[in-house]
Design a protein around this ligand. Structure first.
Ligand SMILES: [Zn+2]
Ligand SMILES: [Zn+2]
Length: 231
């Protein structure tokens, strides 16, 4: 039996309740009524960093200081109820939620020019504590739907840099330098990086720099939720 068929069967036999109200959610994290609460991003977003713009394609910050990555897309803003779902996924190990949210990434991803998918790696100590990498779990449905290869151990997190919260942008940047290492060449490849949350973009920046120094031709970020400034 194919993995997709097994998936459909499990959804049918074990319907998961809506994250908010407990009603049948038909394979998604929320039922139809609660889905209107999803914090979908506004129409104008910077194609480079996924922050809102005033109608331009690229924001002023990315024009004046272009990041090491070429593009970013986020499915949602980092707000309720997606913020709560991500917390539940990360700290309560609700892997099923990763699958449901990962399917929502499939809907917003454009993989036409992508060669490989790379989930943002966790440091092995954190992986040991948590038991899974949420970015990898989120990326699985896309890897399956697109048929693109997913490189899981191609980049490793050599230093445990988190938590970054509460640090100034300059300190974050310094902390991250040399945080990642590639175990293979990315020469000529267009890479899609999948992660759960992008906050300042400092981690994505260092990750993209690492991929580029390993030869990547293009780096795009696919993010479940983007934190807006001031939140
Ligand atoms: Zn509901
Ligand atoms: Zn931007």
């Amino acid at each position: 039996m194919s993995a997709r068929l097994i998936d459909a069967l499990v959804d049918f036999l074990l319907p998961q309740p809506c994250f908010l109200c407990g009603a049948n959610s038909a394979g998604g994290p929320l039922c139809k009524a609660c889905a209107v609460l999803l914090p979908e991003p506004g129409p104008y977003r910077c194609r480079r960093c996924a922050l809102p713009t005033f109608g331009t394609l690229t924001c002023g910050r990315c024009i004046s200081r272009p990041p090491a990555f070429d593009a970013s897309v986020s499915a949602f803003e980092y707000r309720f109820p997606v913020s709560d779902m991500i917390r539940r996924l990360k700290y309560h190990g609700d892997i099923y939620l990763a699958k449901q949210l990962g399917r929502m990434l499939v809907d917003v991803a454009s993989v036409g020019s992508v060669d490989v998918i790379v989930p943002m790696p966790l440091h092995r100590r954190r992986l040991g504590e948590r038991g899974f990498n949420q970015a990898l779990e989120l990326a699985r449905p896309l890897a399956r739907a697109s048929g693109l290869p997913m490189l899981v151990d191609a980049v490793v997190r050599e230093r445990d840099t988190s938590p970054q919260a509460g640090l100034s942008p300059a300190v974050r940047k310094r902390n991250l330098r040399g945080a990642f290492g590639c175990t293979r060449s990315f020469a000529g490849l267009s890479v899609l990086v999948v992660d759960d949350v992008m906050t300042t973009g400092a981690t994505a920046e260092e990750f993209a720099r690492t991929l580029r120094s390993a030869g990547a031709r293009r780096v795009e970020n696919l993010i479940l939720a983007r934190t807006l400034p001031g939140r």
